[in-house]
Design a protein around this ligand. Structure first.
Ligand SMILES: Nc1nc2c(ncn2[C@@H]2O[C@H](COP(=O)(O)OP(=O)(O)OP(=O)(O)O)[C@@H](O)[C@H]2O)c(=O)[nH]1
Ligand SMILES: [Zn+2]
Length: 349
């Protein structure tokens, strides 16, 4: 099951069409004139946009299911450039006058359309697809919508290997690697000391942030928060930091950099995600819960300022006995980012 999903994600990433049930889809951002012409095979493909993106373009109407994707008819003026402009908000200021758009009810293809948007997100692409209903090229990879919608990284995650890894913040540490069967990203845990599973374990869920963790970006507080968490756990003597490959709150590195480009245009971190067509937070906390389960941890004291993380973990069956506030790395460049978290996403800062 997850094999077909993983292959479909790969195909989309390569700019290839995929058949999601009876629906042919092709990633808008990767299509060129040739691949689009081959995909359309003489007909004209419509456009499928995620709900937040459609809402931003003011084309969510009574035809769109509450939070589902929206199908847009490609009328004569909607060539490849206009379609890309509908999909990619980084171009919004350069192409402010778009439309009029005409939407088409999804009807029978609602489930397939949601699955297709999910595939685009899993591929780290903009959630915008060309769509051909009832068409299937001979060489298109096929995947069942139900399999896509049931797919979760946590489903078949395994603990692969562990080794000692002395850190400058925590000498007595071990690194543990996790892998799913779908060929997705490999997640890590840093286990410090010897956490006693009989009482709540001090933990930090750290979502990967290449710009902050590795490059020392001042736009966010991720790097200092990660190091401070490791140091705080070491000071207590035992605990775990989960290093989750959920860049950009789950939208992927390239999309996070698009969000940064939107922030350069004046949008905050919340609006940037929505303009791109994503939810404000796309992370699946089931992944962290599964890693904790594989490490034998059922009760935690969670270092975070984000109540949604506490709720997300608890919804996945982990008992959070305490929220431990976690502040580090506040400065002039990230003051606005932190203010947005406080004002718009319920962070306790
Ligand atoms: N989409 C998006 N992701 C961002 C942005 N800035 C940072 N991130 C990502 O946000 C994630 C870091 O979030 P966390 O450190 O878990 O922060 P949090 O959910 O606010 O909660 P706590 O730090 O635990 O209080 C990382 O994956 C970063 O890559 C941004 O402007 N847009
Ligand atoms: Zn960051």
């Amino acid at each position: 099951m997850s094999l077909a999903v993983a292959r479909a994600v790969d195909e989309l990433k390569r700019g290839r069409p995929v058949a999601v049930g009876g629906l042919g889809v092709l990633a808008v951002e990767l299509a060129d004139a040739d691949s689009l012409a081959m995909f359309e095979n003489g007909a004209r493909a419509d456009l499928l946009l995620s709900h937040p993106r459609a809402a931003l373009l003011n084309i969510v109407n009574q035809r769109a299911a509450a939070a589902g994707p929206v199908r847009v008819r490609r009328s004569d003026w909607m060539d490849a450039a206009a379609s890309l402009a509908a999909a990619d908000p980084v171009r919004d200021l350069a192409t402010p006058f778009k439309g009029p758009y005409e939407t088409v009810a999804l009807g029978d293809i609602t489930q397939a359309a949601s699955a297709a948007i999910r595939l685009a997100k899993l591929a780290g692409l903009l959630p915008a697809l060309y769509l051909m209903e009832g068409a299937r090229g001979a060489d298109w990879l096929a995947v069942e919508p139900a399999d896509v919608n049931a797919y979760r990284e946590a489903n078949d995650l395994r603990l692969v290997t562990r080794a000692r890894l002395p850190l400058d913040t925590a000498e007595n540490s071990e690194i543990v690697a996790f892998r799913g069967s779908g060929g997705g990203p490999e997640h890590l845990a840093i286990v410090i000391g010897d956490p006693r599973r009989s009482s709540p374990v001090l933990i930090r869920l750290h979502s990967a942030c290449l710009t902050g963790d590795v490059l020392g970006s001042l736009k966010c507080d991720c790097g200092p928060q990660m190091r401070a968490a490791l140091a705080a756990i070491a000071k207590e003597g035992a605990g775990i930091l989960l290093y989750l490959q959920q860049e950009g709150r789950g939208i992927g590195l390239v999309n996070k950099l698009r969000a940064y480009a939107l922030q350069d245009q004046g949008f905050d971190t919340v609006d940037a995600n929505l303009r791109l067509g994503f939810e404000i937070d796309e992370r699946d906390f089931g992944l962290a819960a599964k890693m904790l389960e594989l490490l034998g941890v059922g009760q935690v004291r969670l270092m975070t300022n984000n109540p949604a993380k506490v709720a997300g973990l608890e919804a996945e069956g982990v008992t959070v006995t305490e929220r431990v506030p976690h502040h580090a790395g506040e400065g002039a460049h990230n003051a606005q980012y932190l203010a947005t978290k406080r004002e718009r996403t319920g962070h306790i800062l």
